[in-house]
Design a protein around this ligand. Structure first.
Ligand SMILES: C[S@@+](CC[C@H](N)C(=O)[O-])C[C@H]1O[C@@H](n2cnc3c(N)ncnc32)[C@H](O)[C@@H]1O
Length: 299
């Protein structure tokens, strides 16, 4: 019998491996996923004593954590964490690691910012490696500036590890590209803490048709946001979407217009945390297979 040539045999093996991994996602290229990650991915480095790592925990789904964040969580002596860090992420912290909860609920500051800074300094000065774990990306509405200042004033070295911010996560889960070229040439992250009925934000600067706006911390300001943008010239039927608990199994969303969203929200209140997206790119949700999956609870 003629021997099989090596090249077609290899091609055949690769095709088989791809087929197997399609039907059994735990297998990649014929190897178990955990073996694959530990053998092939370049996880290196050690948590340094006396050092603080300001780490993004992503938006809730543990698989949205970066590899660097996962490694640091496994190595640190102490973890100082916030309210929006998901339970599955916290479950990665080994038993025996010191944990400090410093979370803040809206209007209830469980630990003042200055004390959080002082805690990190004390831990680092005692020779511990410290992970400061924050929801999403630590540099986006995360008060990271104050924490960096506190560490710098105490000469404590710090490293920033970015995370997946709520805007990216919510957009992905709803199947929309935030800067789709046919819809938005700009993208703006806005804190809704300034959005009051008295018109504090510059609504005319925000009311653009070539932009996607993402409001953080705005669930209680939806009415003011819709009114402000309409008064500044955006049409009543301008698209808006609310996404609560983005990337988590209990994700919920409302899609509507500036005119009808306050009523929709009153009829079907959403939980916190929630991001608000405004812009014509939101119209893509209607045709997005990713969004349909979510609505069918297949996520
Ligand atoms: C203090 S900010 C922190 C933002 C965080 N650093 C980030 O990058 O996502 C908290 C706000 O982020 C948004 N947020 C955080 N996680 C979210 C999630 N899983 N789903 C929807 N919104 C979220 C909400 O607007 C919430 O009020």
């Amino acid at each position: 019998m003629r021997a099989l040539s090596k090249v077609p045999l290899m091609k055949w093996c690769n095709s088989l491996a791809r087929l197997v991994s399609r039907f059994n996602p735990g297998w990649v290229g014929g190897e178990k996923l955990d073996r694959y990650t530990s053998n092939r991915l370049p996880l290196k480095g050690d948590c340094q004593p006396g050092h603080v790592y300001l780490v993004g925990a992503g938006s809730g789904d543990v698989e949205l954590l970066t590899l660097k964040a996962a490694r640091l969580l496994g190595q640190a002596d102490a973890v100082v964490y916030d309210r929006l860090v998901g339970d599955d992420v916290l479950a990665l912290i080994p038993r025996g690691t010191e944990r400090h909860y410093v979370g803040k609920a809206s209007g209830h500051h469980s630990m003042p910012q200055a004390e959080i800074g002082a805690l990190m300094v004390t831990l680092a000065r005692s020779g511990k490696s410290v992970v400061r774990l924050k929801g999403g990306d630590p540099a986006i509405f995360g008060r990271m500036g104050e924490e960096l200042d506190a560490l710098a004033a105490a000469h404590v070295p710090a490293t920033i590890v970015p995370g997946i911010t709520a805007a990216s996560s919510a957009a992905a889960c709803m199947g929309i590209p935030l800067t789709d070229r046919g819809h938005a040439q700009q993208l703006r992250f806005v804190t809704a803490q300034l959005c009051r009925e008295d018109g504090t934000p510059d609504w005319s600067a925000l009311a653009r048709r070539d932009e996607t706006l993402v409001f953080y911390m705005g669930l209680s300001k939806v009415e003011a946001i819709c009114a402000g943008l309409r008064d500044a010239g955006l049409p009543d039927d301008w698209p808006i979407m609310l996404v609560a608990n983005a990337s988590q199994p209990d994700q919920q969303s409302l899609v509507g217009t500036l005119a009808d969203m306050p009523l929709q929200l009153a009829a079907s209140p959403l939980p916190s945390p929630c991001v608000i997206m405004v812009g014509s790119v939101v119209t893509r949700v209607a045709t997005s297979p990713a969004a349909l999956d979510i609505h069918n609870a297949a996520y």
